[in-house]
Design a protein around this ligand. Sequence first.
Ligand code: FE2
Ligand code: FE2
Length: 352
Amino acid sequence: MKIDTSSTQNTNQLVSQRRVINAPADTMLQLLPYKYLWAPEFFDKMYANSWHPAEINLNEDAAVWKGSALTDQEREVFLRSLAFVSNLDTVQTYSLAHAISKHITAPEIQLLVIRQLFEETIHVLSYTQMIELLGLDPENTYGRYRHDQALKRKLDHICEPINALLDPNFKTGSFEDNQKFLEALVNNILLEGVFFYSSFIMFYALARNNKMLNSARMIGLINRDEATHCGLITLVVNAMVDENPELWTTEFQAKMIDMVKRATDLEIEWGKAIIGNGILGVNPENITQYIQFLADTRLVAIRLPRQYYVENPFPWVDDFTQIDQELGAFFETTVSRYSQEAPTFEQSSLDW
Ligand SMILES: [Fe+2]
Ligand SMILES: [Fe+2]
């Protein structure tokens, strides 16, 4: 799409037609007046979370990695977890840049997605720093999906709705294509809000046992960003559904619930594959419960019914991410002020 300076519509006319997708293209990104009143605060929150991987000193972790403190199983858990999260962040970077942002016609949302994209590049660089400073074989992390079938299955599942949007002939506009885009956004919530988590938990479990502490610190910062992204895409999904209620049919809702359940099963399968009979306090039962808890949280946030009704078995994760204190307070105030724009936050403001 070319940058268009030929429009004769003023900004008030533009904003009156503004929608998440399928609005007249505002290639000049004329933000004001805002339609989505949560957007500027959300941008401030993302900016306040800014960090750079060089701030995390991994020297101590490198010494631990090269020493004898870690068991073979712990090393394998670390490597497999790192392999997956690094793959997932590269997929997300590509997805936002090439599959999602270009279809969004609301300028304030497009800016937020571009900021999100920047944060994903920080995550990609973080894993690069881990690989370099710990002295890992890049093929054993980036390329592990070529040899690890459970990893490849999970990646292929995540990439399927993204690849549908990457078809060069894809464009929003028809009922079917609008639903396809909405499905890709819900899949994106799962990417940000479910698929990272059985890997994240392993870094925290190691750190709770006093191993690889600064790697866990770095992962905690990434986790905080992903939780914010999950909140952002949730707001976008709900805004899109409000603007296009005809898309949110009973059949489509059932399809989304099935997608969440399939993602939950895959993530549990992956988690169990990593831990075997259990390691460092994480076992097949509590990792299953954790992923089910997260899935329910994401479902409720997009106004779909819970499927599992379980409690969070790992409340101590918040010690690593600081999500409860920082994001919780932010979302709580944002919700109460902008409840019309983001009604689901009232139900799930503290559960990112
Ligand atoms: Fe990321
Ligand atoms: Fe993300």
